[in-house]
Ligand binder design. Sequence first.
Ligand code: ATP
Length: 226
Amino acid sequence: MAKDKAKRRILHTNVIVIGMGRFGSSLALELMRTGHEVLGVDTDERLVQQMAQELTHTVRANTTDEAVLQELGIQEFDAAVVAIGADIEASILTTSLLLQLGVPNVWAKANSKSHGRILEQLGAHHVIFPEYEMGKRVAHMVSGESLDYVPIDNDFVMVKAKVPESFNNQTLAELKIRSNYQVTVVAVTKGDGAYEPAFPETVLQSGDQIVVAGQVEPLDKFCQVV
Ligand code: ATP
């Protein structure tokens, strides 16, 4: 019974997304696509209208007002995303009210390091820096070190890289990738979007693409080899 309830909560999270700019609207649409209930809020009527057909509900409201949040039934939401960036005062006030009203999971977007620091000090459960994080990710692709680079945690990343000529026709076990490089190959693809899980007996072909997980330093070194 308890397990069923937990499963339901994961499958049908009820999320309020405040700010229907580029970040908020794209996040809200992805939540909808994955089966969650989304209330989208913005002070801009035009953006509210644009999203009205796409989300479960949309409301034009100013979330810096506690009474407005109470009216929206804020206590009923499993998570809130504060996707207000440029108006730092509105972002801080909204985040502070959501925390004060007991929303269990508050995600807040920061436009700068100092903005992020304030959100963390307020007690936001998750602070996100989309531009900063995307910039770091794209740097690894621009430099040609990897085809994609996804930070999972402070010191743990996943990258997509091309199998080099020197690995051609060898299995992961023969290459001793774990002991030689301290990283783990997770999956292999011919680049056609079909990913096979990686096993010790998986044979690599040069030109294949591999998804590799590991700590930043060994993974950066591995990317310079491949
Ligand atoms: P993005 O990069 O995601 O487009 P941004 O970082 O430029 O956004 P803003 O434009 O400041 O961030 O905010 C995003 C949205 O939040 C805007 O559409 C804005 O109207 C809305 N917004 C700002 N303040 C409030 C508020 N107090 N209540 C509700 N919505 C707000």
